[in-house]
Design a protein around this ligand. Structure first.
Ligand code: PEP
Ligand code: MG
Length: 601
């Protein structure tokens, strides 16, 4: 092998799941086939092209059905996504359009597929919501499968990985991931995908280091190359030199020692030096993530985002399916509380049956509780599932996007109606659940005193509160520099909500990403927030930081913070007082990078 072939190469991607590993690359090459355009002239040849395409789709359907039926329990979530792929196979935008293209342009099936898919991808990629931008990848996965069947290229041999490797791929579809023996995977590297991609979610849940969005990794890395990946910094080193290996091994030891040290204390309560205890809870999106909250020492689930069970599929889940999912989470956490947030579907997180999906400004559209109140059957199904699951542990219900007092009353009436219907049927359920609301729009902040009459608890959703208060789209990369949790307006709003909560004796939580950043912690402590809920990996760090703080000192600092005029001034005050402590608890690790990037990307 020549020197150039083994020279060290440094690649920079998105650190999607922290941790460091060194190992051999296993390349999943799906893009080796070169597609060319062919004109197909006689009519019978065109008919043959259409039939080739139909056969390739039929085969893809059979393959997917088989993978779904073989999916283990761990991958039930992904089986749902594969069901969406099954539906996509027949989607008019894809299937009919390709047949139409073959006929009209008189081209081969491969070229028609490539053309239609790249048009569809462009449409999805321009959507503002990162979740939906990444759903463009679902179309690509479906197209890859059809293409493989058309060209006769073999399927990706992912099932057969028998040794411990670092998986390198253009992208990994849920179908691919569900076939991997995950115990053989040391790390993930992909050209595409980001924090909210399926691979990112799975890697974080299973605590496997991952660097995604590298763009050209599959062109640079070859099978069996030695590589190092750092899932915190997003670095990937191909053919590491001796000194590099030593450097990263040291970094890994430091990281492991750091995780071990903070994990040790994370199962004890988070109590300040002067005896103030704060509950530190976890946010989850998939039921599987509950294990990560438990293992990181979470005092409960402060936010279970239930919409993910609706978004990646064509048909809504029924009451029984939802009940099973909720019960799994509740049983794992019991007797600790689980806060189930009702469906926060948003105009652009469109679900396939939406006939009103033409909203020009979905963030201000039929989102969250507005959608649920307009679709009582969907809402009632979810509420019944929650109330039935509530017999298995400690459950709270939380309504998102509350803007007006009337919305809480109406939602609570729906909850009561759901309970009454269960009672009538003689079903086993628990009516005595606490009911809270998200405080995530300015009108809810201003009328918090009114809201307090109907709510057992408030949970401040800073991700949206910042978006709606500062007029900054949380998914817009051009304004992300203006998206600032420490804006004086936000701090004043938090102060107002906390004053009202104390006066009205309403329990106060925060579940936006702001809660998981140790830098903000002195302010949150000073405000007397009872519970902070965050990405599970941040729990140990936040617990550790709380143990080093004195609540009384933070209250004094808050007075100074409230006098500042800009976010930069506030950051400076915080940095002078607590900057060293934050660096110390983070130990140079980007423990919250995923959470922070999710909030600002
Ligand atoms: C929030 O808005 O802060 C929040 C936690 O909800 P989501 O991020 O799901 O909108
Ligand atoms: Mg929100």
């Amino acid at each position: 092998m020549s020197d150039t072939e083994t020279r060290e190469i440094i690649l920079q991607g998105i650190g999607a799941s922290p941790g460091i590993c060194v190992g051999k690359a296993y390349l999943v090459d799906k893009e080796g086939v070169n597609i060319v355009r062919r004109y197909v002239v006689p009519d019978d040849a065109l008919q043959t092209e259409k039939n080739r395409f139909r056969t390739a789709v039929k085969k893809a359907r059979e393959e997917l059905t088989e993978i779904i039926s073989e999916s283990s329990k761990e991958f039930r979530e992904h089986a749902n996504i594969l069901e969406t792929h099954l539906v996509l196979l027949k989607d008019k935008m894809l299937y009919d359009k390709i047949i139409e293209n073959i006929e009209q342009d008189k081209i081969n099936a491969e070229w028609a597929l490539k053309k239609v898919v790249s048009n569809l991808q462009a449409v999805f990629k321009n959507m503002s919501d990162p979740y939906f931008r990444e759903r463009a990848s679902d179309i690509v996965h479906v197209a890859d499968r059809i293409m493989r069947n058309l060209t006769g290229a073999g399927a990706v041999n992912i099932k057969g990985i028998t040794k411990r490797v670092i998986l390198v791929a253009g992208d990994l579809s849920p179908a691919d991931t569900s076939q991997i023996q995950l115990e053989n995977i040391m790390g993930f590297i992909t050209d595409r995908g980001g924090i909210t991609s399926h691979t990112g979610i799975i890697a974080r849940t299973l605590e496997i280091p991952a660097v995604l969005g590298l763009e050209h990794a599959t062109h640079v890395i070859r099978n069996d190359d030695i590589i190092v990946i750092d899932g915190s910094s997003g670095e990937v080193i191909v053919h590491p030199a001796e000194e590099t290996l030593v450097k990263f091994v040291k970094r890994r030891l430091k990281y492991e020692a750091f995780r071990a040290a903070i994990l040790k204390g994370s199962h004890f309560p988070a109590k300040t030096v002067d005896g103030v205890t704060v509950s530190i809870m976890g946010n989850i999106e998939l039921p599987e993530e509950v294990v990560s909250v438990r293992d990181n020492g979470g005092d409960g689930i402060g936010l279970y985002r239930t919409e993910f069970q609706y978004m990646s599929r064509s048909v809504f889940p029924d009451e029984y399916e939802l009940f099973d999912k909720y019960r799994d989470v509740i049983e794992v956490m019991s007797p600790k509380p689980v806060t189930i947030r009702t469906l926060d579907i948003n105009g652009d997180k469109a679900i396939s049956d939406r006939r009103d999906a033409d909203e020009e400004n979905p963030a201000l559209g039929l989102r969250g509780i507005r959608y649920c109140l307009k679709n009582p059957e969907v809402f009632k199904t979810q509420l019944r599932a929650i109330l039935r699951a509530a017999t298995f542990g400690n459950v709270r219900v939380m309504f998102p996007m509350i803007c007006c007092f009337g919305e809480i009353s109406e939602a609570k009436q729906m909850l009561k109606a759901a309970a009454d219907s269960l009672e009538k049927e003689g079903a086993k359920f628990n009516r005595e659940v606490e009911v809270g609301i998200m405080i995530e729009v300015p009108s809810a902040v201003i009328t918090a005193d009114l809201m307090a009459e109907e709510a057992d608890f408030f949970s401040i959703g800073t991700n949206d509160l910042i978006q709606y208060s500062l007029a900054i789209d949380r998914g817009n990369k051009y304004t992300s520099h203006l998206y600032h949790p420490l804006h004086p307006a936000i701090i004043r709003m938090l102060k107002h909500v906390s004053d009202v909560a104390k006066e009205k004796n309403v329990k106060l939580s925060m579940c936006g990403e702001m809660a998981g950043d140790p830098f903000n912690l002195p302010i949150l402590l000073a405000l007397g927030i009872d519970e902070l809920s965050m990405n599970p990996q941040s729990i140990p760090v936040i617990k550790r930081m709380i143990r080093s703080l004195k609540a009384e000192d933070t209250r004094i600092l808050l007075k100074e913070i409230l006098r500042q005029k800009t976010s930069a001034d506030i950051m400076e005050v915080l940095n002078n007082a607590y900057g060293d402590l934050v660096s110390e608890v983070l130990n140079g690790q980007m423990a919250i990078s995923a959470a922070r990037q999710r909030a600002i990307n």
